[in-house]
Design a protein around this ligand. Structure first.
Ligand SMILES: [Cu+2]
Length: 346
């Protein structure tokens, strides 16, 4: 972050705006966001995905596992899920966006899911622009970070809370007060699974919805070079990178605690914990056979030093909110609750 050349902008406003717009796109890309999030825009056909003839997946509706009635009728869905790679589709997700639980009926048993986990980004463009343009002094940034560390914003602790901050966006110059920026930082949830904690029964299928770009799902597993954080005997499963508007299905069979991460966003704390149980509270099974989850959240690097105090992957998994007991009791634990649980220790 260099903010030293504030007074030396020799170019025209137009050049500056162009440069900033280009730079902002770069940051967005680095952060896994893009400006083109249109659902369906990236849809590829199921045929393309599964292979038309000899593909390992869904050939020709065999077994009747296709999306019955009206789902396009081309029987792209498999009769059963691959035990390691589940089933991914770039086709429009019946459970995308605000769809209710009836969306599961678009899938024929036995691959019908009974739970949904969304993969989301919550990083306001204004914060990305402010951070990247060095629009805040170090003193102000520091005061915002200290104020939001526990999740509450108190005006008195902010440096010049009413000061107006200008920053450029592709739509033109915008202005926010320091206090408004602080509240925006405090409300930012970053990259996350929703819910971040989920209880399922053995054999349940979970549908992971790609609500934003550049997400995937894998467990911390020895064969991914990580600590083992899955029940004994569970293989190194993973999704592909799931296109926006698409989805991935996976069946959780073996009881126990599964700690999963989004490979592109593990440095930003994007983890979830799935507890597979018929009723009891299983202990996590953690083996030190590879890299542990990151102990630092890199989000401040994307926001030019503004730090919402989001948990790292390791910190999130260690919150009370994601304890196996709480996940089993609650059934679903929202990422916001994980963040609050983490910040309450600040
Ligand atoms: Cu992600």
């Amino acid at each position: 972050m260099n903010s030293t050349d504030e007074g030396s902008e020799a170019g025209t406003d137009e050049q500056t705006a162009t440069r900033l717009a280009v730079a902002r796109r770069t940051v967005l890309r680095a952060a896994g966001a893009t400006t083109a999030l249109g659902l369906g825009a990236t849809t590829a056909s199921a045929d393309e995905h599964t292979g038309t003839d000899d593909g390992p997946g869904a050939d020709d509706g065999e077994g009747g596992g296709g999306a019955d009635d009206g789902e396009g009728g081309d029987g792209g869905m498999p009769a059963e899920l691959d035990p390691l790679f589940g089933y991914a589709s770039a086709d429009p997700n019946p459970c995308g966006g605000e769809a209710g639980a009836e969306c599961f009926e678009a899938f024929a048993p036995p691959i019908r899911p009974s739970h949904e986990v969304e993969m989301n980004i919550d990083l306001p463009g204004a914060l990305l622009a402010i951070g990247e343009q060095g629009a805040l002094s170090d003193v102000t940034t520091q005061s915002i970070n200290e104020s939001v560390a526990d999740g509450t914003v108190e005006r008195e602790t902010l440096h010049r809370p009413d000061a107006a901050v200008d920053f450029e966006t592709p739509e033109g110059t915008q202005t926010l007060t320091v206090e408004a920026i602080a509240r925006m930082v405090a409300d930012t949830l970053g990259f996350h699974f929703g819910p971040a904690g989920l209880r399922v029964e053995p054999g349940d299928v979970v549908l992971f919805s790609a609500e934003s770009p550049d997400h995937a799902v894998a467990p911390y597993h020895e064969r991914h070079g990580r600590q083992n954080r899955v029940p004994d005997g569970v293989g190194p499963f993973s999704s592909p990178l799931v296109p926006v508007g698409g989805y991935w299905l996976y069946r959780f069979e073996t009881p126990g605690v599964y700690d999963c991460y989004c490979p592109p966003h593990d440095p930003f704390g994007m983890v979830c914990r799935v507890v597979v149980t018929a009723g009891d509270v299983p202990d996590p099974s953690i083996e030190n056979v590879g890299r542990p989850p990151p102990a630092h959240n890199d989000i401040a690097g994307v926001l030019g030093g503004l730090d919402p105090n989001l948990p790292s992957s390791m910190a999130a998994l260690n919150t009370d909110a994601l304890s196996p007991a709480n996940v089993v009791e609650a059934g679903r634990v929202a990422w916001a609750d994980v963040v609050a649980s983490h910040r309450s220790d600040a």
